[in-house]
Design a protein. Structure first.
Length: 267
C-alpha cells in the first residue's frame, strides 16, 4: 500500500482485544470500515488519497479479520458495532470522526452512528443493503461466498495474517456465513435517529438495488445518494472517481439536503 509521512501500523488494545489498525496522515479523523472477509488492504486505494487530502485516516481490522484475532461466540453486526465504538473510544476518546463503511462495514458504521451519534461526524455508506429485500437479484454475492472457489480465495487473505493460524479459517468462515444468512434486517424507520450528514454510495451493478439505496437515503434525515458505474468492488474499480467524491463530501463541499441552502431535508 502506498503511504505518506505519518503512517503507522500495529496493534492497539480495545477492551482487551488486540486490534490491528493502520493510521495514515494528519488532520480530521476518518475511520474506514472494511467489508467481510477482508481487512485494511481493502482500502488501499482510498487511505493514502484521504491522508494526502489532509485527513488522519484510521483503518482498523475487526475481530476475526486479517491481523485481528477472533473472539469466541457468534459474529453479528451488533457485536462488530460494539467493537468499533470501543475502538473509537480507545483511539480518539470522545472526539467524533468521519465514518466510511463498505459492504459489511457500512452496516457497522450505520449502527455506530445510531448508537453513538456523538462519535459520528459524517457518514459514508458504500454498497450495502440493510434488510434482505434490498438485495439485487441476479448478483447474489452470498451464493458465490458458499462456493469452493470462494473459500480458497478467501483463505489467501486470511491464512498468512491471522494470529489464530490457518486452521481457524473454517471457524471464521462458518460464523460469517451464519451472520449473512440472518442479517442485516434493520428497520429503515429507525434511521431517523442518525444525526450525521450521510452519503449513500453504490455501483449500478452492485449487490444492493437502486430502489433500496434511495429508500435508505430518504430514511436518513440528512443524506445524499450517489450511483456510479461499477460493481460491489466500486472503491477498487473507480478510485479516480470515488476518492474525489469522498474527499469533497468529508470536507463538506458536497452538501446534504438538510445542510444545503434551498434544499429540504429527507426527513
Amino acid at each position: 500500500m502506498p503511504t505518506i509521512p505519518g503512517f503507522t501500523a500495529g496493534y492497539v488494545d480495545v477492551a482487551g482485544l488486540p486490534t490491528w489498525h493502520e493510521v495514515h496522515g494528519q488532520g480530521p479523523a476518518v475511520v474506514l470500515l472494511h467489508g467481510g472477509f477482508s481487512g485494511a488492504a481493502a482500502w488501499s486505494a482510498q487511505a493514502p488519497a484521504l491522508a494526502g487530502a489532509g485527513f488522519r485516516v484510521h483503518v482498523p481490522e475487526r475481530r476475526g479479520h486479517a491481523h485481528t484475532p477472533d473472539v469466541a461466540g457468534p459474529l453479528s453486526y451488533d457485536v462488530m458495532a460494539g467493537d468499533t465504538i470501543a475502538y473509537l473510544e480507545a483511539v480518539l476518546g470522545d472526539r467524533p470522526a468521519h465514518l466510511a463503511g463498505w459492504s459489511d462495514g457500512a452496516v457497522v458504521a450505520l449502527l455506530v452512528a445510531q448508537r453513538r451519534p456523538d462519535l459520528a461526524a459524517r457518514l459514508v455508506l458504500i454498497g450495502q443493503y440493510y434488510h434482505s429485500a434490498g438485495r439485487a437479484a441476479g448478483r447474489d454475492l452470498d451464493q458465490w461466498l458458499r462456493s469452493a472457489a470462494a473459500r480458497d480465495f478467501l483463505r489467501q487473505g486470511y491464512d498468512p495474517f491471522s494470529p489464530d493460524g490457518p486452521g481457524h479459517f473454517p471457524v471464521v468462515y462458518d460464523k460469517t456465513l451464519a451472520m449473512i444468512e440472518s442479517e442485516p434486517e434493520l428497520d429503515l424507520a429507525t434511521f431517523g435517529t442518525v444525526t450525521a450528514p450521510t452519503l449513500v454510495l453504490q455501483g449500478d451493478r452492485d449487490v444492493v438495488t437502486l430502489e433500496h439505496s434511495a429508500a435508505v437515503a430518504a430514511a436518513l434525515p440528512d443524506a445524499r445518494l450517489a450511483v456510479l458505474p461499477g460493481s460491489h468492488a466500486l472503491p477498487l474499480e473507480l478510485p479516480g472517481v470515488v476518492n474525489p467524491l469522498l474527499i469533497s463530501f468529508l470536507r463538506g463541499a458536497v452538501a446534504t439536503p438538510a445542510s444545503a441552502p434551498g434544499f429540504l431535508s429527507n426527513g
